[in-house]
Design a protein around this ligand. Structure first.
Ligand code: DC
Length: 457
């Protein structure tokens, strides 16, 4: 899926596009940075915009490497890191002139389409929805008052320790607007089919939420439904008894935690009987707050193993405490093979593992994609997955004050076997299974009456 975000300078495109990309788990393409890169190369080589052949030669020899990782972009120009250098004053002032040139645009458009191939992407610029990705599933056109944009830009400059005058900033913005909108090739326009959002009086969170709602509506249809993956829960009394064997200390503290969740945090549990699954089990929930593990852990009648970021193990007493509750350290960023192996061993021994399939926390109301680790674990261990939907754990204080409550919904256990029977293999298998699990969590969200639903007391 491709989401395009176009708009004038300082309209909040980058902030919005980055936040949306992170929340969706999509890649992010900052095309302004590419034009800046070319501008830097031209300025350094002393090639002015009107140079014609010299500029063509420069374009031919240009090697730009663009990489996005976890909210940051990295740009290399001929092997040199220019991620900082392209933000300089001269480059900013010069970019409009270079980016108006047809040869430059042709080059960049090819680069951008090539980059987008096979990716889920949020692409930000001036001509994303109109020229580069006219078939994008969602096109956003962001606008804001010129005075508001000048105010934001001046604030950014001050944040960087630069003294600026608001009037000068506004004049410079208006000059760039005129250049970007008035040029013959790919001027800044509202693309056909774009949704216009005026963010002059919106907070960043509001803008992001607005784009996310639209993205949820436009997301391509599901390729798998939870109904296809239902795992027949057998009435295996011995198995249930085995599954319920918790260490005495765990059992007692779990009961205590449940009391605290109910009495202090105003928690309700729904469909608890679905948690009585014997044998190896993966419990997978959405992730919106720090109370998620205790909320889900107190709902499922099993002793759970869970994953905690390695940093949490630094403080020895705390490390001892979470280890008692079966925490396994995970290295974030890359795929942590050692952690994965530990979880697999626990599953092989008949244990239950608690897992956030989306990885990091997501804004409330948005269900992201499952990472491939969930499908991989389900496949290698043969364990069913119990989907869990959590609501209200992002606002524990409201629950304590009885202004809202926490809800924990257990879903129907799902199994990867039907996909194997369909002949699905490899990465596709993990992606599809992840989609099925997230679809069941989405179904629970609907059942709960949406993101706030009746949870607001
Ligand atoms: O968004 P930005 O300030 O980083 O953009 C830098 C310059 O590149 C700006 O002058 C407009 C131009 N640009 C463009 O012409 N087309 C795009 N798709 C993106 C940026």
């Amino acid at each position: 899926m491709i989401v395009t975000i176009d708009g004038p300078a300082a309209s909040g495109k980058s902030t919005t596009a980055r936040a949306v990309a992170l929340a969706l788990g999509f890649d992010y393409l900052d095309t302004g940075a590419l034009y800046r890169c070319l501008t830097l190369a031209a300025l350094e080589a002393g090639v002015p915009p009107e140079a014609g052949d010299a500029l063509d030669a420069l374009l031919q020899g240009l090697t730009i490497k663009y990489r996005y990782h976890k909210g940051r972009i990295f740009l290399r120009l001929g092997g040199r890191d220019v991620s900082e250098a392209i933000r300089g004053v001269e480059v900013t002032a010069g970019a409009s002139a270079y980016s108006a040139l047809p040869a430059v645009r042709e080059h960049m458009v090819a680069f951008q389409r090539q980059y987008a191939r096979g990716r889920d992407l949020v692409a930000e610029g001036r001509d994303m929805g109109s020229v580069v990705f006219p078939d994008a599933e969602l096109k956003i056109f962001l606008v804001a008052d010129p005075t508001e944009r000048a105010r934001r830009r001046a604030r950014d400059f001050r944040g960087q320790g630069r003294a600026v005058d608001a009037g000068t900033v506004q004049a410079e913005l208006e000059r760039r607007d005129a250049l970007d909108s008035g040029r013959d090739h790919s001027p800044l326009i509202r693309p056909a089919g774009a949704v216009e959002i005026d963010n002059s009086r919106m907070t960043i969170d509001e803008q992001v939420a607005a784009v996310m709602r639209l993205a949820a509506e436009r997301r391509p249809a599901r390729r798998v439904s939870p109904e296809e993956l239902l795992w027949p829960v057998t009435d295996d009394a011995a198995g249930v008894a085995r599954a319920e064997r918790m260490r005495a200390g765990y059992r007692v503290t779990r009961a205590f935690l449940r009391g605290v969740m109910k009495l202090v945090f105003n928690t309700r549990y729904h469909h608890e009987e679905r948690g009585r699954v014997p044998g190896p089990l993966l419990v997978a929930s959405n992730h919106i707050g720090y109370l998620d593990p205790p909320a889900a852990g107190s709902a499922v009648h099993r002793e759970l193993t869970f994953v905690a970021k390695r940093e949490l193990f630094r403080l020895a007493p705390f490390a001892a405490l979470i280890r008692y509750y079966n925490a396994v350290p995970i290295e974030r960023g890359a795929f942590d093979r050692a952690c994965f192996d530990t979880l697999r061993r626990r599953l092989q021994a008949g244990g239950a593992v608690f897992f956030f399939p989306e990885g990091t926390r997501k804004p409330v109301g948005w269900l992201g994609r499952a990472k491939f680790g969930l499908g991989l674990m389900a496949h290698e261990s043969g364990a069913p997955v119990l989907p869990v939907y959590l609501r209200g754990t992002d606002r524990p204080l409201r629950a304590v004050l009885r202004r809202s409550r926490i809800d924990v919904y257990l879903g129907r256990p799902l199994h990867i076997a039907p996909l194997l029977d369909r002949g699905v293999r490899g990465r596709e298998l993990y992606d599809l299974f992840g989609e099925g699990v997230m679809a069941e969590i989405a179904r629970l969200q609907d059942e709960a009456g949406g993101i706030r639903g009746s949870g607001a007391a």
